[in-house]
Design a protein around this ligand. Structure first.
Ligand code: GLU
Length: 475
């Protein structure tokens, strides 16, 4: 057993990312020490603070890790889970650095976590913990629009981001940019339209782009296009839920959905909105009338399908189940769902793995849009919507005159409309995901790299090196 392996023989999560990094480093000729600096976590803040819950005082363990300061602010979500530990948060912070570089989001990577089970704690107590955590971050200068900007992650959402903003503002009153201290806020609190579904939509755009490349599809024996592809989604949190909806709407067939309590399967396809209604009414996806239950949820990953989307937590595909995975494409909607050992097994089988550091970057991309909106203090589209509509109307009039033809009211509505915030956010995200995909693919082809993950790391590391060089830190 190597020094990096734990008792069960598997690598720590951080070592997994280091392994992926080292594979990419073989394609980069730069001094080793400089690569070590990019790999290292710059700052790790581990804290304990007391919170009175009922009559008892509970000591809460929490973290904020800033992996890289090559661009500021640092950026990354905050997760609430009993599995939170330093190794996990360090790894997720590192993934944020690589992710931001790939999609040209000018932030360093960070991540936070509080070791609590939000399912078993009342909303009032979660609020208390969140506010106390935020004030601990403020005390140590670990949060701020130009310092470090948290966002939602596993177990957190708009509510928590609102509490973070409110606590920040109350301790920094008069800071005109305070709204930009956190993203993923509700619209009424400075959030941006389209942030909630952004990660799931980014996953959809990324996979759709892959499915449009003939060469890639033929390499795994599939037809071009997303329509009719059989998809399995594991995890129906914010990311999995939205990804499932977008895939379903686009004509793909969702044959299985897996959650903690079990999975459901129908080879002809599940009606995703009906499943969500069933989940809402029953608190579980199991016993959905138009599907078969699969008691052991892990078995759902091993079903015959074209595309498998793990959208929950890390390390769900490991050396013990990788050989049984039958998917031809795996889209990593979650962070780190495949261990390095499993990665090698799947690579040998010829599976296309679309890596997390690219595929789930939609969330941080739209967080970037939210941050920009907060700093500019104006909603996207507010200045140009009416202007665009007026120009379009003039343009249409000219066309109607030249063609001597009247355009129908319905067509007019379509052509005349100026961009709303949601249109701009979604098109910005779509463009980002399409560009990111082709940049990775170009590197993969030009350097003859074996898989997309290594190519994505090469792209990302090169961009980080470039910004260190421009900063003057690297000679
Ligand atoms: N938690 C999300 C992620 O892992 C989003 C981070 C952000 O928006 O800053 O990418």
């Amino acid at each position: 057993m190597s020094k990096n392996q734990n008792k069960t023989g598997s690598y720590s999560f951080f070592n997994c990312i280091e392994k992926n990094f080292d594979k990419a480093a073989r394609f980069i000729s730069i001094e080793k020490g400089l690569l070590e600096q990019i790999k290292a976590c710059n700052s790790v803040y581990r804290m304990h603070f007391p919170v009175k819950i009922g009559k008892e005082v509970k000591v809460i363990e929490a973290y904020r890790v800033q992996h890289s300061h090559h661009k500021l602010p640092c950026k990354g979500g905050i997760r609430y889970s009993m599995k939170v530990n330093q190794d996990e948060i360090m790894t997720l912070a590192a993934l944020m650095t690589y992710k931001c570089a790939i999609v040209d989001v000018p932030f360093g990577g960070a991540k936070g976590g509080i070791k609590i089970d939000p399912q078993t704690i009342s909303s009032e107590n979660i609020e208390k913990i969140t506010r106390r955590y935020t004030s601990e971050l403020i005390k140590k200068n670990f949060i701020g629009p130009g310092i470090d900007v948290p966002a939602p992650d596993y177990g957190t959402g708009e509510k928590e981001m609102s509490w973070i903003f409110d606590t920040f503002l109350s301790l920094r009153s008069g800071d005109v940019d305070a709204l930009a201290c956190v993203t993923g806020k509700p619209i009424s609190q400075g959030g941006v339209r389209g942030r909630k579904e952004a990660t799931g939509l980014g996953v959809f755009y990324g996979i759709r782009e892959l499915c449009h490349v003939k060469e890639e599809m033929y390499s795994v024996g599939l037809d071009v296009g997303l329509v009719g592809k059989k998809i399995i989604i594991q995890g129906l949190g914010n990311v999995g839920y939205h990804a499932a909806s977008f895939f379903h709407e686009s004509g793909a067939i969702i044959i299985a959905l897996a959650e903690r309590e079990g999975a459901i399967y129908n080879k002809k396809g599940l009606n995703v909105s009906k499943v969500f209604l069933h989940l809402k009414n029953n608190g579980s996806i199991l016993n959905f009338p138009e599907a078969k239950n699969i008691e052991n949820t892990e078995k759902a990953l091993e079903l015959e399908c074209d595309i498998l989307i793990p959208a929950a937590l890390e390390n769900v595909i490991h050396k013990n189940n990788a050989n049984r995975i039958k998917a031809k494409i795996i889209g990593e909607a979650a962070n780190g769902p495949i261990t390095p050992e499993a990665d090698e097994i799947l690579d040998k089988k010829g599976v296309i793995i679309v890596p997390d550091i690219y595929l789930n970057a939609g969330g941080v991309t739209v967080s970037y849009f939210e941050w920009l909106k907060n700093l500019s203090h104006v909603r996207y589209g507010r200045m140009e919507k009416k202007f665009r509509e007026n120009v379009n109307a003039e343009f249409l009039k000219v066309i109607e005159t030249i063609c001597k033809k009247k355009i129908s009211i319905e067509e007019k509505k379509m052509i005349l409309r100026g961009p709303r915030e949601i249109d701009l956010v979604r098109s910005g995200l779509e463009d980002t995901m399409i560009n990111g995909f082709h940049k990775i693919r170009d590197i993969k082809k030009s350097l003859k790299i074996e898989n997309m993950r290594t190519a994505a790391f090469v792209l990302s590391i090169n961009k980080i090196i470039d910004s260190y060089e421009k900063l003057g830190i690297f000679p």
